[in-house]
Design a protein around this ligand. Structure first.
Ligand code: URA
Ligand code: SF4
Length: 205
């Protein structure tokens, strides 16, 4: 499935043009209940692209990726790995928040394979423009979008995987998995995550 390209601008659009067009995407049904499209943020010449799953509750409200609790875990690892924030582009495999309402709370729901496929042209377009040296694949949803359904993060995390000439994917767990880990395992989970981000840092120079 090549996804739904109907909403993408023709030609070789810039990031601002993509971001503007994505505001009106109706490539799958997720636009209906979410507050807004959460497009990627960062410079077009970023060395590193971090790809998450989808915006969470805070991201949906604020309109920017990784501004909530998982984003704080990610920001800490990026800093501890010595990666300059000015060299980082942050985005998600799916650009709208998928959730179920329980009382006043909005509970995150996993995007389906069809939703991941529908949204993939936006991610592909971001990769084409930014063409980062290292693309860090955060968790199973981003892995499905970028590395296919057979890819297993648990088996291949922290391993440089070629993405064209001189550029790589590095897959790792999603930062929210660190937050979900039982309290006694949170430290080791974070250290494992950080070790994978350090692999990315070295590849990016
Ligand atoms: N989790 C994600 O995958 N992406 C975000 O932007 C925030 C939380
Ligand atoms: Fe379009 Fe992606 Fe939003 Fe679906 S999730 S409506 S494909 S931007």
């Amino acid at each position: 499935n090549s996804g739904d390209k109907r909403f993408l601008p023709d030609g070789e659009p810039s990031l601002p043009a993509l971001r503007e067009a994505a505001r009106r995407c109706q490539g799958c049904s997720l636009y209906r209940n979410a507050t807004q499209t959460v497009f990627g943020t960062g410079p077009p010449d970023a060395t590193f692209m971090f790809v998450g799953e989808q915006p969470g509750d805070q991201e949906d409200r604020q309109g920017a990726p990784f501004v909530g609790p998982a984003g704080r875990v990610l920001a800490r690892a990026i800093e501890e790995a010595g990666i300059d924030r000015d060299r980082v582009y942050l985005t998600n495999a799916v650009k709208h928040f998928k959730f179920q309402t329980r009382g006043k709370r909005r509970i995150h729901e996993r995007p389906s394979a069809a939703e991941i496929a529908a949204c993939r042209p936006w991610l592909t377009a971001e990769l084409r423009v930014v063409d980062p040296v290292v693309t860090v694949v955060l968790g199973a949803t981003a892995a499905r979008a970028l590395l296919g359904p057979a890819f297993r993060v648990t088996r291949r995390r922290g391993e440089p995987i070629p993405r064209g000439v001189g550029s790589y994917y590095v897959a790792t767990i999603h930062p929210s998995a660190v937050l979900r880990a039982p309290s006694g395992q949170r430290g080791p989970a974070y250290e494992g995550f950080l070790a994978d981000v350090r692999v990315a840092a070295r590849l990016g120079g």
